[in-house]
Design a protein around this ligand. Structure first.
Ligand code: SF4
Length: 228
């Protein structure tokens, strides 16, 4: 096939991928929030619920590669069961307070209990382009939510590189205070959404460069500055 034919296939597949990803998008329900999102910029989540812009294709494809990684790990765990290891994936956790639900999608939480090892492990897997020296607090908060339902379990954040499958694990113990902080963030976010007020911009998470709302977010900052 010539260069022109290659380009046609490229465009066709890119369009199909975009359409497929759009068809998979789930509507958000006000009052239901996710432990994978709550530790990050609350203003961005607020916009997700009120404006609902799509991520750019590059960010979506990074998410797809993460999903593929989790699906592979899930297959490995199915195999582990045939080896006598009690492993589960896709465990769902839900916490309710004052009518607000925090629901863990938990497609990447694994409970492991082997015959020779009575410990239960809750492992949160993160696929990355490179291994971090320290775990991110946002990831710790997410794992901590799952540990709330397994307080005696050993928690691990397992970072895996997307190309090469290099791994680094960090142990995380359950922290009640951190759990309450996550719940508080859900309540703060919910109040902003139902009262139609904008949460503070939390730039320090480092998401701004790829945030689909950065123009509107930065223009709010400018208009606030210009009023002062
Ligand atoms: S641009 Fe940054 S601070 Fe503003 S909503 Fe997005 S992530 Fe938050």
């Amino acid at each position: 096939m010539g260069i022109q034919g290659d380009a046609v296939i490229d465009v066709l597949f890119t369009e199909l991928i975009i359409k497929y990803l759009k068809s998979q998008k789930k509507d958000r329900i006000i009052g239901k929030y996710y432990p994978s999102e709550l530790p990050w910029c609350l203003r961005k989540i607020y916009y997700d619920y009120t404006i609902g812009k799509d991520k750019d294709l590059e960010s979506k494809l990074v998410m797809v590669s993460g999903t593929l990684m989790h699906s592979f790990i899930s297959d490995v765990l199915k195999f582990a069961r045939s080896e006598g290891i009690n492993a589960q994936s896709e465990v769902e956790y839900e916490y309710e307070k004052d009518g607000i639900i925090i629901s863990g999608k938990a497609d990447n939480v694994i409970l492991l209990r082997s015959e020779n090892d009575e410990n239960t492990y809750v492992v949160e897997i993160k696929s990355k382009s490179k291994l971090p020296d320290e775990p991110r607090i946002e990831h710790i908060m997410q794992l901590n939510f799952y540990l709330h339902f397994n307080p005696n379990a050993k928690g691990y954040l397992l970072y895996i590189t997307r190309d090469g499958f290099n791994m680094r694990a960090f142990e995380v113990n359950y922290n009640e205070e951190l759990f309450e902080k996550l719940v508080d963030r859900a309540i703060i976010l919910h109040n902003h959404i139902i009262n139609n007020t904008l949460p503070d911009a939390e730039y320090w998470h480092g998401e701004c460069l790829k945030c689909p709302y950065r123009n509107i977010c930065f223009s709010v900052k400018k208009s606030l500055n210009s009023q002062s």
